[in-house]
Unconditional design. Structure first.
Length: 413
């Protein structure tokens, strides 16, 4: 059936009554061999009418103006019409210097065009030239290669899986370069390592990580970090891939600090409660801070017991937490069934070489020297050296309360 005949049948079908519609369907089905349902669908479609010329004014801006607008829009970094219209006079003059003189009428039309008309003429080109939005610091491809660890750690997690995080020592501002602390804690034992880093760059964090691994008493099996660029970068990723023993590299969910709850807790007890929230922006402070961290690591890991959550039980609306026996990280490693005998022997010798009270005094001495260096470098005010309470390792002069009593092992030697 020709298109003209089909339009005729459609017009007759739309104007016919019930009886004549049935006869028209019989006729069409017999001619074309269609089923009745298909014939109904075809004849129900709208009848094509002759196209009428568009109403309204004729278009003022032709393809020449549109081409110039598109080129100028791309050169101006794709602004909207309201921002593009005020600068068209200068940009048109520059356009003529670089691409040749424009016709007088084209130039006049470009200078009198409205912002709304600019947006209407450029609407198809905004689809062809979408803005490139770069997110994630350029490491989106690398993020996709590092799996996300979801859910709590298993109670049977073996030794060697560390949670990593960084602590800023920039004070009230992040401008410039200052000291950072890299914190790593083992999930199974609670063994915690600390290392200062000058800045939060990829190289400095990797150097601090390699330095603290030399004090790790067991083999590294895996690391779990947040989504910061100090961890999600090709320097750390390549270093992990180059190791002879396989190391699992996972990351937490974005903007979920509780996914790294173990190391976040150590950030509070091991870092903030010891050296506070002030700004330490002199590289000479890294050496006394490193010495303090090394002695403080031995103190906490060898002689300070800690909790270890075994499981949670929900009773109605309440959650009951069941903790294991309170013991030091060193004891947890010694009692772990996967601990090799040579590592256990080394840990026992290390613990036997140190006396708890003597080690606490050594920690205090290193901390005093760090804050003396801070005062000498004018890195922080004396009355603001520590904002986090008055613990056993507060800096000298931090406790100014009358008749204050400190623990007996705080005595400086």
């Amino acid at each position: 059936m020709s298109l003209k005949s089909l339009e005729t049948y459609r017009r007759r079908y739309s104007q016919a009554g019930r009886v004549w519609k049935s006869r028209l369907l019989d006729e069409v089905c017999e001619m074309e061999g269609w089923t009745r349902k298909h014939a109904i669908k075809v004849l129900r479609r709208r009848v094509r009418r002759k196209s009428k010329p568009p109403r309204g004014r004729k278009p003022i801006y032709g393809p020449t103006e549109v081409q110039v607008l598109e080129r100028l829009w791309l050169l101006m970094d794709q602004p909207c019409g309201k921002l593009m219209a005020p600068g068209l006079a200068d940009w048109t003059t520059s356009y003529e210097r670089h691409f040749g003189q424009l016709p007088v009428k084209v130039r006049e039309r470009l200078l009198q065009i409205s912002p709304a008309q600019i947006d209407r003429l450029l609407s198809p080109f905004k689809v062809q030239h979408p803005r490139k939005v770069r997110t994630g610091g350029g490491n989106v491809h690398l993020r996709n290669q590092i799996p996300i660890r979801v859910g709590p750690w298993s109670p049977e997690t073996p030794l060697g899986f560390l949670e990593l995080d960084t602590v800023s020592h920039g004070g009230p501002t992040t401008a410039g370069t200052f000291l950072w602390t890299l914190t790593a804690t083992d999930i199974a034992s609670g063994w915690t390592l600390l290392a200062p880093a000058w800045g939060c760059g990829q190289h400095s964090v990797l150097e601090a990580f390699e330095a603290m691994l030399q004090r790790l008493p067991f083999r590294l099996r895996g690391i779990d970090t947040d989504n910061g660029n100090e961890f999600i970068n090709y320097h750390l990723y390549t270093w992990i891939q180059a190791q002879s023993d396989p190391i699992e590299f996972t990351r937490s969910r974005p903007r979920r600090k509780n996914d790294n709850a173990h190391v976040e807790q150590k950030n509070s007890t091991h870092v903030r409660q010891q050296i506070g929230y002030d700004r330490y922006d002199h590289p000479a402070l890294a050496v006394p801070l490193r010495r303090f961290y090394e002695s403080y690591e031995r103190f906490r890991n060898l002689f300070i017991p800690g909790f270890k959550l075994l499981r949670k039980e929900r009773i109605g609306a309440k959650v009951r937490k069941i903790y294991g026996e309170r013991m030091t990280p060193c004891e947890r490693i010694l009692q772990h069934p996967d601990t090799p005998p040579e590592i256990a022997k080394t840990l026992r010798e290390l613990r036997n070489r140190h006396d708890p009270i003597q080690l606490s005094r050594e920690v205090q001495r290193h901390k005093d020297r760090f804050f003396e260096e801070v005062r000498r470098r004018a890195g922080a005010r004396t009355d603001r050296l520590r904002r986090a309470g008055h613990g056993p390792f507060s800096p000298p002069g931090a406790d100014t309360r009358p008749n204050s009593t400190l623990a007996p092992f705080v005595t400086t030697v």
